[in-house]
Write a protein that binds this ligand. Structure first.
Ligand code: HH2
Length: 284
């Protein structure tokens, strides 16, 4: 494990300390239709209260999104995402001491969220709109670059790879290098294999089994497997909220493998998992 200052990522609007190991990012979907918690936090008041609770439960980042990207979803116009997320980002930034990230593929939404106080951009299309990268470079904020095959509307129709691990890793390292060219410091780049985004159950399992290869890339890694359908397929749990123990298994595996951030819905439970695995790992 890296030591000293390598474990601190600092930028004008925030700071993350990885010296204990993996950190937890709490999911805050301000949407009526997200796959696991759609409608539960749709409304600024409820959303802010949930974000405050997740921070109190130990989340190191709160990830706010105004558009569901579940399989088959069509997308939400930028103006509507802005209407949903900006009051929540503003309210949360006043109330919590941890960085807020904005989960969007849309440049206008990212810009509005950063103006409202967000401090990280989480882009499921890995800067497919390069204005997003320029914005991150200009503001000095970290970015999460995620892999997706296709678009949410079509991605689960027929995902295909010759070598899922090799192809996803090559894509992400390519996008990370491009982000560096756009002026984003390497320490502020997180790569994410995009569990469930254009992947079969077997593809997801291969990516998780080989997550060390992503960690070995030299970029920090984020994984979002929380409550996803492959866990339901393995455990027989149809309701996403019943997939907590399955999620915990993926979180433990990722934390043990050196993943820097796990993106989860059940923050209090996963903070316990991460804290325990971080302690079990031999620190050097
Ligand atoms: N997964 C989802 C959304 N954003 N971002 C990253 N970086 N990695 C992920 O795995 C990821 C993500 C999907 O989960 P959720 O936000 O709960 O669902 P929905 O897209 O239906 O809102």
């Amino acid at each position: 494990m890296a030591s000293g200052s390598e474990n601190i990522v600092e930028w004008p609007a925030g700071r993350l300390d990885f010296s204990a190991g993996c950190l937890v990012m709490g999911v805050l979907n301000v949407t009526p239709d997200s796959f696991s918690d759609g409608g539960q936090f749709f409304g600024a008041h409820k959303a802010i209260a949930h974000g405050v609770q997740m921070a109190a439960d130990g989340a190191a980042i709160i990830d706010v999104g105004g558009e569901s990207t579940r399989p088959g979803s069509d997308g939400v116009p930028a103006a509507e995402q802005i209407r949903r997320v900006v009051p929540v980002v503003k309210g949360l930034c006043e109330k919590v001491g941890v960085p807020v990230s904005i989960d969007t593929k849309d440049f206008e939404v990212a810009a509005a969220a950063l103006d409202a106080g967000a401090a990280i951009i989480n882009d499921i299309t890995a800067l497919s709109d390069e204005r997003m990268g320029e914005l991150a470079a200009e503001r000095g904020v970290p970015v999460v670059l995620m892999h997706i095959q296709g678009t949410p509307a079509t991605m689960q129709a027929e995902p295909r790879y010759d070598d899922v691990v090799g192809e996803v890793l090559e894509f992400l390292v390519g996008r990370a290098k491009r982000a560096e060219e756009l002026g984003i410091a390497k320490v502020r780049i997180f790569i994410d294999p995009g569990i469930g985004f254009g992947k079969t159950v077997e593809h997801n399992l291969s990516l998780l089994r080989n997550i060390e290869k992503f960690v070995a890339s030299g970029y920090r890694v984020l994984v979002g497997a929380s409550r996803k359908s492959f866990i339901g397929k393995i455990t027989g749990k149809e309701k996403p909220a019943d997939r907590i123990f399955g999620t915990a298994a993926t979180v433990a595996l990722c934390a043990a493998a050196g993943v820097s951030i796990v993106r989860v819905h059940d923050v209090a439970e996963m903070v316990d998992v991460v804290k325990t695995v971080n302690k079990l790992k031999i620190q050097s």
